[in-house]
Design a protein around this ligand. Structure first.
Ligand code: SAH
Length: 359
């Protein structure tokens, strides 16, 4: 860890400050030290817990929504089924278990199950849990064949790098990571001229001096690709993440062993995320496809019947396992827990129905 920080400091001394996006990319994806290159990061023994780790019901309901959407689109086959950032693989395992009885669905993606994953330990865990479905690991969506694409991504977009800008009286400045006596620290500098803020923001010129905005060209690129593929070949995407409609100031945060920590303190050994701007995602994907309204996770899961499913599972439980089960229901749906910080959208071809649950 100290070695990685030393190298980042060295690099800044030699080549100048990093943008926040460059820092995020290095901290998360450096081939040697990057946080998402190895390590079982998720779960009680990791750094943070995600919805599929809270309860199997999360994946079951989303799996059924995706499979029903496939049925509503006329059961095309073959299709490509893809997950972005599957982590340990439990979300997809729950989705696939729940959809076994959806006639024809598993046959439709046979030999065309794709996982986009950079972490070698997660890849191993995914191979263990999902090996029977013969998944193929790819680096990007465009490595998939041109088929109708059914896609799930939970907590993937929040790890994509963001640039941070502040409006000053003299124009926009970019937040950068620099060093001071061997420690990493933030400073403002000239902004990256290659970025056009109007691609991301509604009327940036009207924003007040002092406004801070975060934008993610990589997320926009990905949303464009998803929209273009679904628009051309058909399919459905379900994207869930924490964030909101529009940019929300400086939201970069680091989490290590279930606690927030300063974002520059532990490069390579803390998770680094930023709120997802669903308006930017929707605008990019919407250029070629139909994008649902953004919905809160709690409402989405209620629409998909979480109460009924939880009730059925509770019938076989008692004592502490029942308590854990009830707590999981609250955690996934209550506004003060994950119910409203997390949001979802669904992307389908123009004229098609959204995935169930998305209105
Ligand atoms: N979807 C899982 C895991 C979310 S954590 C869940 O809900 O539990 C983010 C996941 O994305 C991890 O699997 C991480 O290794 C992967 N990831 C992050 N950035 C990536 C990138 N640039 N390319 C490929 N995978 C990435």
């Amino acid at each position: 860890m100290h070695e990685f920080r030393r190298r980042l400091v060295e690099r800044i001394r030699n080549r100048g400050p990093l943008s926040v996006a460059e820092y995020m990319r290095a901290a998360l994806q450096d081939p040697e030290f990057g946080y998402y290159r190895s390590g079982m990061r998720i779960g009680r023994n990791g750094d943070f817990v995600t919805s599929p780790e809270v309860s199997q019901v999360f994946g079951e309901l989303l799996g059924l929504s995706l499979a029903q959407s496939w049925a509503a689109h006329g059961r095309p086959r073959p299709i490509g089924l893809v997950e972005l950032g599957p982590g340990p693989g439990s979300l997809l395992a729950d989705m696939l278990r729940a959809t076994r009885l959806v006639e024809g669905f598993h046959g439709a993606f046979r030999k065309n199950l794709y996982l986009v994953e950079s972490n070698e330990d997660f890849r191993r865990s995914q191979a263990n849990l999902l090996g029977a479905y013969e998944p193929e690991w790819i680096d990007r969506i465009d490595d998939m064949p041109e088929l109708p694409m059914y896609l799930i991504a939970n907590e993937f977009l929040d790890c994509l790098p963001v640039h941070v800008f502040r409006k000053s009286a003299g124009g926009w400045q970019e937040k950068q990571v620099t060093e001071c006596r061997g420690r990493l620290t933030f400073a403002y500098g000239a902004s990256d001229a290659s970025i056009d803020l109007t691609d991301f923001l509604v009327r940036p010129d009207d924003l007040r001096v002092g406004s801070i905005v975060e934008i993610s060209p990589q997320t926009r690129e990905l949303a464009l690709t998803i929209g273009k593929r679904i628009g051309r070949f058909g399919g459905t995407a379900i994207i869930i993440d924490y964030g909101g409609w529009g940019t929300d100031g400086f939201t970069l945060q680091a989490v290590r062993r279930h606690r927030k920590c300063p974002p520059l303190a532990y490069p390579g050994s803390a998770d680094l995320t930023a709120h997802v701007d669903f308006r930017a995602v929707s605008k990019a994907a919407g250029a070629h496809a139909r994008v649902s309204a953004m919905i809160e996770q709690g409402e989405l899961l209620r629409n998909l019947g979480i109460a009924e499913r939880m009730h059925v599972l509770a019938e076989n439980l008692s004592g502490s396992s029942l308590q854990v089960h009830l707590a999981a229901h609250r955690r996934l749906t209550l506004p003060i827990e994950m119910g409203s910080t997390f949001k979802g959208i669904s992307i389908v071809p123009d004229g098609a129905m959204f995935a169930p649950g998305f209105g």
